[in-house]
Design a protein around this ligand. Structure first.
Ligand code: FPP
Length: 253
């Protein structure tokens, strides 16, 4: 029996294909509250969160966004109750294995950024496998920030560069933005143009601190599991109404 062809979502007609963000980053907040409101365990919110993320990846791909980065687990998230942390680690593993075949079919290139060595060994194996398997795909770049912290990433880059200076391999004057970026987890990935955060919080919570310097920020009160096509359309619509000045004087002045 042949596989059912996948529905390709059309870009909403009032969005401008030429002014889409190349890279969308997302802070998927509100899974716990979503579950609590329904009298369900928090873990159920995370499960539904995975569905919302999967749907968003498809919209990005179908509408022509080149890269999606999702904040799955921060360096601060270890402070959650042990059983929730263990659930999340097991969920990441299960999802990775379950979705690998479809990611191959859809040409997704998956990457993980963060301090991956601190993750359970079995999860590290699945991460390595999924990155290796999807490496030659030609579709959307899907980056998952796991045990990621923006400050930790910057300090790690500083340490590496400082060691190179100590060894006399580079002069301090040679340190510029382009050299610095080469030592970030995200080396080679374009900076996010649009950051979406759900559940109304007006913070960036240690996510891509360096990379987000000129990202447009869109916050919605919607909880992550409810973030759907309409919500994404609204975020893109808001993005397309903005004038990105990158610190310069805009055309409206
Ligand atoms: C924040 O909601 C959500 C998380 C910490 C986990 C998000 C992870 C996923 C959706 C799974 C992604 C999986 C893969 C493999 C990419 P919260 O728990 O902080 O919600 P609350 O603020 O309402 O408590």
């Amino acid at each position: 029996m042949s596989a059912k062809p996948r529905v390709v979502h059309e870009l909403p007609t009032d969005l401008d294909r030429n002014r889409l963000p190349r890279h969308v980053a997302v802070i998927m907040d509100g899974n716990g509250r979503w579950a609590k409101r329904r009298g369900l365990p928090r873990t159920m919110g995370h499960r539904r969160g995975v569905d919302a993320l999967k749907a968003l990846l498809r919209y990005c791909r179908d509408w022509g966004v080149e890269a999606l980065t999702a904040y799955a687990f921060s360096t601060e998230n270890w402070g959650r109750p042990l059983e929730e942390v263990e659930f999340l680690m097991a969920l990441f593993e299960r999802v990775l294995m379950r979705e690998l075949r479809e990611m191959m079919e859809e040409e997704v290139r998956i990457r993980f950024v963060g301090n991956l060595q601190a993750l359970p060994a079995s999860l590290q194996e699945k991460i390595a496998l999924s990155m290796e398997e999807t490496r030659d795909n030609r579709g959307i770049w899907f980056t998952v920030a796991t045990n990621y912290g923006g400050r930790e990433e910057i300090i790690r880059a500083c340490r590496t560069i400082a060691a190179q200076v100590l060894r006399g391999e580079i002069e301090p004057e040679a340190i510029d933005e382009s050299l610095f970026e080469k030592h970030l987890y995200t080396a080679g990935i374009c900076h996010p143009d649009l950051l979406i955060r759900t559940s109304g919080e007006l913070r960036i919570s240690n996510f891509l601190l360096w990379q987000m310097a000129y990202a447009e920020i869109y916050v919605t009160d919607t909880l992550w599991p409810d973030f759907d096509r309409t919500e994404f359309y609204r975020a893109l619509s808001s993005y397309q109404k903005r004038e990105r000045r990158f610190g310069k004087v805009g055309s409206r002045e």
